[in-house]
Design a protein around this ligand. Structure first.
Ligand code: PLP
Length: 448
């Protein structure tokens, strides 16, 4: 089908491909890495080197593992039947996947299809803005986001981005996005709260302070990751979420949960928010929805939100005036239908809980043994180990050291990740998130 001579592939890549998140200078003298094949939890590069993939496709995506023929078959069958029609019409897999998804999300009822996590979040922001215009004369338009959270790569998503290392040099940003403080208890000292017994509640109260400062009648939505991913693998502390929900209800603020990483099983529940009894108004998801077998993202809302876009059919502007061309591709929902079946039939949520507990146990052991491991944390198969130069002051390790750990693991055949790298001091949490099919041996191999 294509040129399989790998040296031609490497040269074509070196000459013409611009890799994501990559400084290309080193490739002038060394080969770029090209991934060639995957099976289960293992993946092989162009030199035939085998890796245990400890980050599910690099970015928490391949939840059900590589080489799933049943997903490939489902996609192929759908493509030859009907590959595409614009999303203004429905499709068979689109309707069936929406039904399956909603069965897992009590309280929510509508699925809006698009292609990436960033796009799904953009759509949610647009909905908030349109609701503000229709109901509140445009006033209740601000969107709150949290320090350390990430919601995507577009300018609006970066405007809602709490990671300075992602945002540097891409401004000016879009007005109307306002940051609230992080809830990482290990770094509570940055907020003067290191001794607080009720840190979770106080971290949530800090959101209320921002709302009161800005004016509750100007805030349309609060957008949060259920467990923060690239910002340091942060599962919010006890007491945080109930208070957040209470605050949103008190001020009539829509709660938008960004499940782009957690969605479809990563934390051992279908969705990250379900660990905390939250009742969101909007949920976005992408990576694990079809485990990377096809591009698909979903924005899911309550019927109440949906109704605001149809309750006045005499108003020519009263519908969601938005389209995503490739949101009409049928490969996405066809793959997602098979993906969700696999997670259910193979009991992958239970496996995630069991293997996540084992990974945390192994990380605790590493922390006992190595002073450089300052904190270990996680939820399900979504774990992190924060590296520090000094346990007492919690000073982060030098960027190079965290990079070295990742490179050394790779040299030993295990792929792991590290949080964002561009600014010093923030690049120090190792990310460990294997596919939900991981076995005890896989977990032990990663830790070793
Ligand atoms: N939201 C979160 C929490 C993410 O981690 C990411 C990507 O890493 C995104 C949104 C953006 O998703 P995408 O890269 O599919 O646009």
């Amino acid at each position: 089908m294509y040129d399989n001579d790998i040296s031609n592939v490497v040269e074509a890549d070196r000459a013409h491909v611009w890799h994501h998140l990559t400084q290309h200078k080193p490739y002038e003298t060394s080969d770029p890495r090209i991934m060639v094949e995957g099976k289960g939890i293992r993946i092989w590069d162009q030199a035939g080197r085998e890796y245990l993939d400890g980050v599910s496709g690099g970015v928490w995506t391949v939840n059900v593992g590589y080489g799933r023929e049943s997903i490939a078959d489902a996609v192929r069958d759908q493509l030859v039947k009907l590959n595409y029609f614009a999303g203004s019409a429905g499709s068979i897999p689109g309707a069936l996947f929406a039904k399956r998804l909603i069965e897992k999300m009590p309280g929510l009822s509508r699925v809006y299809y698009n292609n990436s996590g960033s796009e799904a979040n953009e759509k949610a922001f647009k909905m908030v803005r349109q609701i503000a215009h229709k109901r509140y004369g445009g006033k209740k338009h601000k969107i709150l986001f949290r320090e350390r959270d990430y919601h995507g790569t577009t300018i609006a998503c970066l405007s809602a981005g709490g990671q300075p290392e992602r945002n540097a040099q891409y401004g000016p940003f879009t007005p109307g996005f306002v940051e609230v403080p992080h809830c990482l208890q290990y770094r509570a000292h940055e907020q003067g709260l290191e001794n607080a017994a009720n840190y979770g509640e106080l971290a949530a109260n800090a959101i209320e302070e921002v709302i009161l400062r800005e004016g509750p009648d100007t805030i349309g939505a609060l957008c949060l990751e259920p467990v923060t991913a690239g910002g340091g693998v942060i599962a919010p502390p006890e007491g945080y979420w109930p208070r957040v929900q209470e605050i949103c209800r008190k001020y009539d603020i829509l709660l938008h949960i960004d499940e782009v990483v957690c969605g479809l099983g990563r934390t051992g529940t279908w969705f990250g928010y379900q660990n905390y009894g939250i009742e969101p108004d909007m949920v976005t998801m992408a990576k694990g929805v079809a485990s990377g077998y096809a591009a698909i993202a979903c924005l899911v809302t309550t019927e109440k939100v949906f109704d605001m876009f149809k309750d006045d059919s005499t108003d020519p502007l009263n519908y969601f005036r938005d389209i995503s061309t490739f949101g009409g591709c049928t490969a996405g929902p066809a793959a997602a239908l098979e993906n969700i079946r696999i997670i259910e039939d193979e009991g992958l949520l239970d496996n995630t809980l069991a293997m996540g507990a084992r990974l945390m146990m192994r990380l605790e052991e590493l922390k006992e043994k190595h002073k450089v491991v300052g904190d270990v944390r996680g939820k399900g198969l979504f774990c992190g180990a924060e590296l520090v130069a000094d346990r007492l002051t919690k000073e982060p390790v030098a960027e190079k050291l965290a990079q070295q750990v990742v490179a050394e693991c790779s040299a030993q055949g295990v792929l792991i990740g590290v949080t964002n790298r561009s600014l010093p001091g923030r690049n120090n949490t190792l990310c460990l998130s294997p596919a939900l099919i991981a076995t005890e041996d896989n977990i032990d191999e990663i830790a070793a």
